[in-house]
Design a protein around this ligand. Structure first.
Ligand SMILES: [Zn+2]
Length: 381
C-alpha cells in the first residue's frame, strides 16, 4: 500500500471526461490522447469524477461508501490505472501563487507532458529564471523576440546592427511605422517593455563580425538563439565558435525559399556546426564543391520573406529553445537539422551528425589545417 504516492490527485483539467453509455467512458478528445475505458460496474467512472484535486483519502472514503467491496489498495490501483495513461496530475495548490496569471496557459500546456510525480509549474519557473541572448532582430529574430516576451524569461540580451525600414513591416511585426529609421535593437527593446515590463532587456546596436562580439555578452546566459544567417554559413560558424568556447547551448535557425531549418548545438554533448562541416565534407563528395561554387557567386537574393512562412519557423525555433531550457519535452534538433516545409506543413529531422571530438578543430582536439572545407571559410574573409 502506498499512501503517499497521491496527495490531491485530479484528472488533468485540460482533458474532458465524458460517458459514452452506461459501461463506457472516455478521457480526452484529441487524436492520439483520447482513451476509452470499459467499466461494467461503474466503479472507475465514479472514481474518475471524484478525482478533482481533493485529498485522496476523502476520495477513497467516498468510494468505499459507494462500493464497500473495494479495498483502499483497489481504489489506489484505479487511480494508478488512470495515471499510467497520463491523465492524472497533482493539484499543487501551493504553486499557483508563484506564477503570474499570464503564464498559466503555458503551465496548462506543459501539464500534457508532466506526470503525477512531476511539477507542471517547473518549466515555466525555469523560463522565468532564464537569460537568453538573441542574435539578430530581422525577420526571424524580431518574431522570435515577440514569442520570447510572451514566455517571460528573466532577461533577454538582443543584438542587431540594422535600422527599421518600411520593407520590414510586412513580417517584423514587433516594429511599427513610428520605428522606421530607428535602430532595431532600440525599437525592439521599447516594444518588449510594453509587452512585459518585468523582462530585463539589454539591447546592443552592433554587428557580429567575430566570435568575440558574441563572447562579450554570454556571461550568465542560459541559451543563445542565432537568428543571423548573413553571410550564409559564415555567420553561423562565428556564433558556433563563440558558443562552443563559452559552453552555452545555441539554437540556430535559417529560412530558405519555402522551407526552414533549426539545429541545436550543446557544446561538449552534440556535434557542433564545424562537426557538421566535417561530417558532410567526409560523406558527400560534392559538399566542398557546392560550398565553393555558392560562395563564388556571392549569391544575394532579394528578401524572401512571407510572414506566415516565417512564423512557422520562428515558432519551431522558440519551442526548441523552451525544450532545451526546460526539457518539458525532448528537443527535436540536437545535432540534427529539423526541417519544416512551409508548402505542405510537414517536418522531419535530417540524420544526426556526431560530435567529432578527435577531429573537430572547434569543439574537439582536431587540427584545422587537415580539413579543406575550413580553408574556404577563411578565404572569404
Ligand atoms: Zn565540433
Amino acid at each position: 500500500m502506498n499512501n503517499n504516492k497521491y496527495k490531491n490527485p485530479r484528472i488533468k483539467p485540460i482533458y474532458p471526461l465524458y460517458r459514452l453509455n452506461k459501461t463506457e467512458f472516455r478521457i480526452g478528445a484529441q487524436l492520439g490522447i483520447t482513451a476509452e475505458f470499459t467499466d461494467p460496474d461503474g466503479q472507475l467512472w465514479e472514481l474518475a469524477i471524484r478525482l478533482n484535486g481533493r485529498p485522496v483519502e476523502i476520495v477513497i472514503k467516498e468510494m468505499q461508501k459507494l462500493f464497500p467491496e473495494l479495498s483502499h489498495d483497489d481504489i489506489l490501483e484505479g487511480i494508478e490505472l488512470l495515471d499510467n495513461e497520463g491523465f492524472i496530475e497533482e493539484a499543487l495548490y501551493d504553486e499557483e501563487s508563484n506564477i503570474a496569471k499570464r503564464f498559466m496557459p503555458n503551465v496548462n500546456y506543459f501539464s500534457r507532458y508532466i506526470g503525477s510525480n512531476g511539477n507542471r509549474y517547473q518549466p515555466q519557473k525555469l523560463l522565468n529564471n532564464s537569460t537568453i541572448l538573441l542574435l539578430g532582430l530581422g525577420g526571424g529574430g524580431s518574431n522570435i523576440l515577440t514569442l520570447l516576451a510572451g514566455l517571460g524569461p528573466k532577461k533577454i540580451i538582443i543584438i542587431d546592427y540594422d535600422n527599421v525600414e518600411e520593407g520590414n513591416l510586412g513580417r517584423q511585426l514587433l516594429y511599427t511605422e513610428e520605428d522606421i529609421g530607428k535602430p532595431k535593437a532600440e525599437a525592439a527593446a521599447h516594444a518588449i517593455a510594453k509587452i512585459n515590463s518585468n523582462i530585463i532587456i539589454e539591447p546592443y546596436n552592433k554587428k557580429i563580425i567575430r566570435p568575440e562580439d558574441v563572447l562579450e555578452h554570454v556571461s550568465g546566459v542560459d541559451l543563445v538563439i542565432c537568428a543571423i544567417d548573413e553571410p550564409p554559413f559564415i555567420a553561423q560558424r562565428i556564433v558556433n565558435k563563440a558558443i562552443v568556447t563559452a559552453k552555452v547551448p545555441c539554437v540556430f535557425g535559417a529560412s530558405q525559399v519555402s522551407r526552414g531549418r533549426v539545429f541545436t548545438v550543446i557544446p561538449g554533448v552534440t556535434g557542433c556546426f564545424d562537426c557538421m562541416n566535417l561530417h558532410y565534407s567526409m560523406r558527400d563528395p560534392q559538399f566542398n564543391e557546392q560550398f565553393i561554387a555558392f560562395r563564388n557567386i556571392e549569391f544575394s537574393p532579394p528578401t524572401i520573406a512571407y510572414a506566415p512562412a516565417i512564423y512557422q519557423l520562428t515558432a519551431a525555433i522558440v519551442d526548441e529553445a523552451v525544450r532545451v531550457i526546460t526539457r518539458y519535452a525532448e528537443p527535436r534538433s540536437l545535432g540534427t537539422q529539423y526541417e519544416i516545409n512551409f508548402e505542405d506543413g510537414s517536418s522531419f529531422a535530417h540524420p544526426t551528425w556526431p560530435r567529432y571530438a578527435d577531429e573537430c578543430p572547434t569543439c574537439g582536439n582536431g587540427d584545422i589545417d587537415k580539413w579543406e572545407i575550413f580553408k574556404y571559410y577563411e578565404d572569404k574573409k
